[in-house]
Design a protein around this ligand. Structure first.
Ligand code: ATP
Ligand code: MG
Length: 252
């Protein structure tokens, strides 16, 4: 590997093993992520996606193996990463701008307002979370992560509870912000279309192991009507579900 490539690497996961009791959840996970990449992790429910993301955030520790962040062994919380979950985890007793400003010191109000404007919520800053729609709440959660200007944004099914149209809007927003701010993103998702709409590399986990790495060569900003979009989605889906199960299904 060239010196340049080593310098560009922001995350390196080396031989990670993770178990809960006797259950080996992750086995021999190896992954290198360069600065500014957008990685999507897909796989069936229970395959270990969230477990891997929690390890990258430093919220949990592995039984074996090492995670390097900018070349340094990760110990404790990953200080350059922010994580966003499926449920926005907003504090109901704090207004939108206060939720976003949590943990900030200087100029917190101004910074919260600026980032809320970037996610399209300029006119909702004084609202309580309870009066927002699901999509708006996830925008607040995104703003709350981005206000810290993380080098790495970890996303665990952040759009899982949203309707299809709101999801597409959120894909565009996340893509725009990623292109503008140039953070590194690792997105866990069940939705292969979402993975292809956003990621430059899709990783498939099966039974706790990475079994496929698929580069997505489509240009940004991604267009769903690009001739290679749907074939790419169905190629990855076939790999996840097993070709036979899809092609041999009888249509009644
Ligand atoms: N704290 C825990 N204690 C015991 N087992 C756990 C714990 N966290 C996760 N597991 C187990 O590890 C396995 C992987 O869980 P994980 O949450 O990583 O899956 P996932 O791929 O994110 O699934 P989903 O797509 O449903 O969110 C599951 O079998 C789960 O039951
Ligand atoms: Mg999960």
């Amino acid at each position: 590997m060239t010196q340049n490539k080593v310098k560009d690497m922001i995350l390196e996961v080396s031989n990670i093993e993770k178990s809960f009791g006797n259950h080996n959840v992750l086995r021999n996970i190896n992954l290198k992520v360069n600065k500014g990449e957008f990685i999507a992790i897909v796989g069936k429910s229970g395959c270990g996606k969230s477990t891997l993301l929690r390890l990258l955030a430093g919220l949990d520790t592995a039984r074996d193996g090492t995670i390097f962040v900018n070349g340094k062994r990760l110990e404790g919380r990953n200080q350059i990463a922010k994580i966003m979950f499926q449920d926005g985890r907003l504090l109901p007793w704090k207004k939108v701008y206060q939720n976003v400003g949590l943990g900030l010191k200087a100029d917190w109000q101004e910074r919260a307002e600026t980032v809320l404007e970037q996610v399209g919520l300029r006119d909702r800053i004084n609202d309580w979370p309870s009066v927002l729609s699901g999509g708006q709440r996830q925008r607040v959660a995104l703003a709350r992560a981005l206000v810290h200007e993380p080098e790495i944004l970890l996303l665990d099914e952040p759009l899982g509870a949203l309707d299809a149209l709101t999801r597409i809007e959120m894909h565009r927003l996340i893509e725009d912000l990623w292109m503008e701010k140039k953070f590194t993103a690792v997105l866990v998702t069940h939705d292969v279309e979402e993975a292809v709409a956003l990621a430059n590399r899709v990783i498939l986990i099966e039974d706790g192991e990475i079994v496929m790495t698929h580069p997505i060569k489509l240009p940004y900003p991604r267009q769903r009507d690009h001739p290679l979009f749907s074939p790419t989605v169905s190629h990855i889906l076939k790999r996840i579900l097993g070709k036979d199960k899809l092609s041999n299904r009888k249509i009644e």
